[in-house]
Design a protein around this ligand. Structure first.
Ligand code: FEO
Length: 172
């Protein structure tokens, strides 16, 4: 049985993961409107990944005999100043998510909830990847600046990303 405190904190994380999906989908819309369809594709895939993160928490709560309670999702911004600005915001958002995952790990330790602690290790690893992949594109955009042909080339590269469920083949 899941403890009340863990249930509450995990439910809050479901909302944050859904917000992440919402934010990246908003960014996909922003890029598509600018005809940067590769960037839009990358963000769309990112949004899909975030949904799997939310579902992983949802399923875990239920598996432990808890109640999954959905909260309202905040409205994300609709515009950014530039592709760099959007990826910078995405990077900062991932740092925020990592901070929250780390807090959940601390709470699991405080509560001596070893099953939750074990479950969270997947997210600890996933956040390393999430931060790194967003920062990689962010750094490229920083170098590129306003160079339109380089942005076009990066757009082509990002068009190749396909959705692969990151939570597939995990035990939770
Ligand atoms: Fe679900 Fe991008 O962290």
């Amino acid at each position: 049985m899941i403890k009340e405190r863990i249930e509450k904190e995990f439910n809050a994380q479901i909302t944050r993961e859904f917000y992440s999906a919402y934010l990246y989908l908003a960014m996909a819309g922003y890029f598509a409107q600018k005809n940067l369809n590769g960037f839009a594709n990358w963000m769309r895939v990112q949004a899909q990944e975030e949904l799997t993160h939310a579902m992983k928490f949802f399923d875990f709560i239920l598996e432990r005999g808890g109640k999954a309670v959905l909260d309202a999702i905040d409205k994300p911004p609709a515009d950014w100043k530039s592709p760099f600005d959007a990826f910078d915001a995405a990077y900062k958002h991932e740092l925020f998510v990592t901070e929250n995952i780390n807090k959940l790990v601390s709470i699991a330790i405080e509560e001596k909830d070893f099953a939750s602690h074990n479950f969270l290790q997947w997210f600890v690893g996933e956040q390393v990847e999430e931060e790194s992949s967003v920062d990689d594109i962010r750094q490229k955009l920083k170098l590129i600046g306003d160079n339109g042909s380089m942005i076009f080339m990066l757009d082509k590269e990002l068009a190749a990303r396909v959705f692969v469920n990151p939570t597939a083949n995990t035990t939770e």
